[in-house]
Design a protein around this ligand. Structure first.
Ligand code: ADP
Ligand code: MG
Length: 695
């Protein structure tokens, strides 16, 4: 592709502002723009004009259908396609799209999880266009990004609370800015998610039921080589992968996604792409679309893209760094420290508000990334631990300490960076990003939340983050609005946050170390080690107060989400356990028994000829012992599943964590040992070496 064709291709499948400007009557465009900027709803007559223009544009792009694209609680997107076709009196057809069909849709969505919110007699929900996120054409269909609610008004998706949290942050943030006399019409939340993934050969993938059904390998002995040489990270990209990445970029660009960075990651066969940040709701939509595109393009290249958090034991899993910042509609980044952060009041108070929010709602932030898949990563010395803390870096820490000590400038020695490169800006990346072990790190002019799993929607964690910070800003605004002396109020605020929160939640050291776990326990920070432990905190009083106070979710909606997430955890592990049993009983054991039989036959022949085969006899005995052990472990897993505690959904989820997972581990261990003993040609499924190194 030439440079020009890249820019021509860019956003060619998106009905964005440029297209609207070109295709809508001036007045309609103006009112559409206002709707988008202020998050208003669209009136019927404008909707009709927009719908017509959108349809004509989509038809030119080859679309025949449209869909309301929404994000139910499953964490993946959902779509139901309707064609534009409409009958005419003379038995022909015209292509039609009404304003009503643009604004609202009624998918028969009774099968989506609602956590008991909808009685079946009123099971219907409706979708409503989110005009702040652009419509786009993909595979012959016009996609309209929407929110999803029940007819009685309950929120059934991940998008609505996100939009509401952005509104809450806007409201409270503007109050604070007003006190500071800082110009702004809106507070904008920006998000840039870095997406990790694995690529494996599609033919080999199809031979692994575990990958197909659960997204991760449930069996597999370590290959002789893993990631210990660090030769894959940023290494040169293999041709086949390079072709894939090129194709991927072209697809992403056509959807208006500013895919910017691509590189190899730490583990073999692991890669990453990162788009340039944009408004939070758009970033969420684009990340969902990005994940779908990864999978689709991989198929085209006869590969499978694995988005699971831990597809392979023994090498790094995949995450998604959620880069997050808040700014104004006038382009100011409120987290930009500027040249003199010590005297940058606006920066310091927003920073302090975030410190308070993360300390007060560490549990909420933690649980927002708790899934069965992500449990394999967090705390496994490849991703941050399950304990939330903030990394500020030495420089910013010194700034805050100096501020509280009443200083107005830092000593030269404190101010200079120790990089030895004079030309680097004061707060460059090296200074703030050296610590890769922190779950929540300040990186220059944004926070980078490093705990999210690679497969999860980033809607939930961002609505948690936005709302927590909105709450701190609310309290801050209350203080500033009633202050007689603004400067003094600000100084006192910073001092209070430092006293109450700084020494608890800020940690600049190595988050992977055991000392940190002990230190965190002394500080009283929550350590929610698995999904059921984390997710049950969603419905604690503090979190219910927070989300209801800011109008994000009702208490009933929170209980329903708690249930859905617990249930999802239990179901996920149940599927994994059943898949393991099937593979063990129908693939691995039969192969091992057959192979052992051959070994025993050989031994018998040798015995007949009077050939001593001492070691070989031991080997055959060991094979038999392990297959016997495998029978035992299969039975044990079956019994564990049988005996599960179903008294309530939380108990059931806990049971899967405490009882089922360990039983699965034990079964796997036997099989993995056998794998190292059996002829590789006799092994019934592709090995780790096949999957990780032969692309
Ligand atoms: P890394 O070294 O972690 O890969 P990068 O500097 O490449 O970090 O940025 C990672 C992501 O952060 C990108 O998506 C980028 O657009 C995003 N990002 C940069 N600045 C901001 C900001 N102010 N707010 C939100 N996201 C940002
Ligand atoms: Mg990063």
């Amino acid at each position: 592709m030439t440079k020009n064709s890249v820019s021509e291709n860019f956003a060619s499948n998106v009905f964005n502002e440029a297209v609207m400007k070109e295709r809508l009557p001036k007045e309609t465009y103006q009112s559409m723009k206002k709707t988008m900027e202020q998050g208003l709803s669209l009136d019927a007559s404008t909707a009709q004009i927009v719908a017509n223009a959108m349809k004509d544009w989509a038809l030119e792009k080859g679309a025949t259908h449209y869909t309301h694209w929404f994000q139910p609680m499953t964490g993946v997107t959902a779509e139901k396609h309707d064609s534009f076709i409409s009958p005419t009196a003379d038995g022909k057809a015209i292509m039609e799209f009404s304003g009503k069909a643009l604004i609202m849709g009624e998918p028969d969505a009774s099968s989506f999880p609602s956590g008991g919110l909808r009685a079946t007699f009123e099971a219907r929900g409706y979708t409503a266009w989110d005009p702040t996120s652009y419509a786009f054409v993909k595979d012959g269909t016009l996609y309209i990004p929407t929110a999803f609610c029940s007819y009685t008004g309950e929120v059934l998706d991940k998008k609505t609370p996100l939009l509401r949290s952005m509104e809450a942050l806007n409201k409270q943030g503007l109050r604070v800015l007003k006190c500071l006399n800082m110009p702004a019409n809106r507070i904008v939340v920006n998000v840039g998610p870095e997406q990790e993934y694995f690529l494996v050969d599609r033919e080999k993938y199809k031979e692994r039921k575990d990958l197909v059904l659960t997204g991760r390998t449930l069996f597999g002995a370590m290959p002789p080589k893993g990631q210990e040489l660090d030769d894959h990270y940023f290494g040169s990209i293999k041709d086949r992968v390079g072709e894939f990445m090129k194709d991927l970029d072209e697809h992403l660009w056509s959807f208006g996604i500013y895919s910017k960075t691509k590189h190899n990651e730490v583990a073999p066969a692991q890669h990453e792409f990162a788009p340039i940040f944009c408004k939070a709701n758009l970033a969420v939509d684009q990340n969902q679309l990005g994940m779908e595109t990864l999978k689709k393009v991989a198929i085209k290249h006869n590969m499978a893209c694995l988005l699971h958090e831990k597809p392979f034991a023994g090498v790094n899993g995949s995450g998604k760094h959620n880069n997050w910042s808040i700014g104004t509609d006038l382009g100011d980044n409120l987290l930009d420290p500027g040249k003199d952060p010590l005297n940058n009041k606006q920066f310091l108070i927003f920073l302090c508000a975030i410190i308070e929010a993360v300390d007060d709602y560490a549990d909420l932030l933690r649980l927002s990334v708790a899934t069965a898949g992500n449990d394999h990563r967090l705390g496994a010395n490849e991703a941050p631990p399950a304990i939330i803390s903030i990394f500020l870096g030495d420089y910013l820490s010194k700034v805050l300490e100096a501020k509280v000590a009443g200083k107005t400038s830092l000593k030269d020695s404190e101010n200079k960076l120790q990089t030895g490169v004079e030309s680097l800006p004061v707060l460059n990346k090296d200074n703030t990003d050296r610590n890769r072990t922190s779950p929540f790190a300040f990186t220059g002019n944004k926070f980078e939340f490093r705990m999210p799993g690679s497969s999860q929607s980033i809607a939930g964690l961002n609505f948690a983050l936005n709302t927590m910070v909105a709450e701190s800003l609310r309290k801050l605004a209350d203080r500033l609005e009633s202050a007689d002396d603004l400067d003094r109020a600000i100084d006192e605020y910073i001092k209070d946050i430092m006293d109450l929160h700084y020494n608890r939640i800020v940690f600049n050291g190595n988050n992977y170390s055991d000392e940190w776990k002990e230190e965190a326990a002394r500080r009283g920070l929550p350590n929610l080690v698995n999904t059921p432990m984390a997710r049950r905190e969603f419905i604690n009083e503090k979190n219910i107060d927070l989300l209801t106070r800011h109008g994000i979710l009702t208490k009933e909606e929170m209980y329903s989400r708690y249930e859905i997430n617990m249930e999802n955890y239990a179901k996920t592990i149940n599927i994994e356990a059943l898949t393991m049993l099937e593979m063990a009983k129908e693939q691995i054991l039969p192969a091992v028994l057959k192979y052992t039989k051959g070994v025993l036959k050989g031994l018998a022949l040798k015995k007949d000829c009077g050939i001593a085969a001492e070691e070989e006899t031991k080997y055959a005995a060991k094979l038999s012992e392990l297959s016997e052990k495998m029978f035992v472990k299969i039975k044990a897993l079956e019994d564990t599943l049988e005996a599960k505690d179903t008294s309530d959904i939380e108990a059931e989820a806990m049971y899967y964590a405490d009882k089922v997972l360990p039983a699965m581990e034990e079964l796997r261990a036997v099989s993995d040992e056998l794998e190292t003993m059996v002829d590789e040609k006799a092994w019934p499924i592709p090995t780790y070496t096949d999957l990780l190194f032969y692309l």
